[in-house]
Ligand binder design. Sequence first.
Ligand code: PGA
Ligand code: ZN
Length: 439
Amino acid sequence: MSDSAISELSARRVWDSRGNPTVEVEVKLAGGAMGRAIAPAGASRGTREAIDLRDGGSLLEGRNVMQAVTNVNALIAPALIGMDACGQQDVDNLIKALDGTPLKSKLGGNAAVATSMAVLHAAAAAEQVPLWQHIAKLSGQKPSLPLPEIQIFGGGAHAGRRVDVQDFMVMVPGAESFDEVLEITSEIYRAAGAIMKQKSSNVGVADEGGWWPVFDNNEQALETLLQAIEQAGETPGDRVVISLDIAASEFGDNGRYRLALEDRDLSRDEMIKLLGTWIDNYPIVSIEDPLAEDDPEGVIAFTQEFGDRIQIIGDDYLVTNENLVSQAADDGACNAVLIKVNQSGTVSESIACLASARERGYRCVVSARSGETEDVTISHLAVGLDAGQLKVGSFSRSERMAKWNECLRIADHASSICFVKGDPLAGTWWARQQKEEIK
Ligand code: PGA
Ligand code: ZN
């Protein structure tokens, strides 16, 4: 057996940031190296993403994962033992073949992704290189530090649907370093908290750490965000811009959109028009899932109208699926893809999706889920894949901060890795405005 051959592989049940059970996998290699990873979990999930296998029944509201844990121990482990952990593609191909279903419903996407990522960690340990470096070697990319997208207010499925829009975020493409992005964002996050406190003393945080919204409509959230940016000493639209995840699949149905907070029912065209008003009135540089996943007509029309001004990210619409990205590129839908490893179920499928997205001229954003843990694999993926952008939620709660902090460690340990600054936003109004200012 070579040193990097898998000698032991097992799963256990651990708990995520919502207190829900999830799957952790530990891998040991013949030479003594080890790897460990935990599956995250989404709340606003696409219908075409890998199935998060849950036990059902009354215990833990049906969310237990003992079947997924058993699948790792009884089905995946015996098949992978003896395989070379450095052959990620072969390992992932075998997981895929063992499952044999389109959405990994037999083994569970949670069982698959925890195994795939644990093997990735073990291989890096065997090679005695940091994880980002191992990923860069696998993908053939030149590592870089991503531009963060950081949530200030949570909404949608992450905040009891208190507002319709799921993520009100900021990006700081005008910062000189990753560290500076975090410093500026911290000021904005705390300014937003102070404004909320003035309005109501009882402010908490939503699932991804952003402030729990106490607004009457979505525009009020946008206005408050502008105010917070200004209170932090920044001019909105200059170094700091706004990014939204509408997560429209959550309130869209067959081309109709229900804004619950305002008791309004919009047609596809009215929804596009509303988003257009926001783009005209606020410094919004990026919108994710503007229309629902069951409304390709809407997504295409929206991309046609706004694709040369802003970044349009497909999350539920593309579910980290290479084929869906190809189809979207043919259709002219979206100009960026969200990469969530557990949507595809394996590291290799995520890398393949990112590679083909890039080939078709799509921007890429590596993303966490709303249910997260101390696992920081995605920070290394964003760096090692030269993804350009990273979205892990807000600027509070340790499952979020762990990811930002890991990027800081990577930056410190490898001075050769450059921060991408505003480069991923090339082609948007913000980049054009910067060019004008330089002239
Ligand atoms: P989810 O949300 O993890 O609940 O799907 C994250 C997102 O929509 O980007
Ligand atoms: Zn999303």
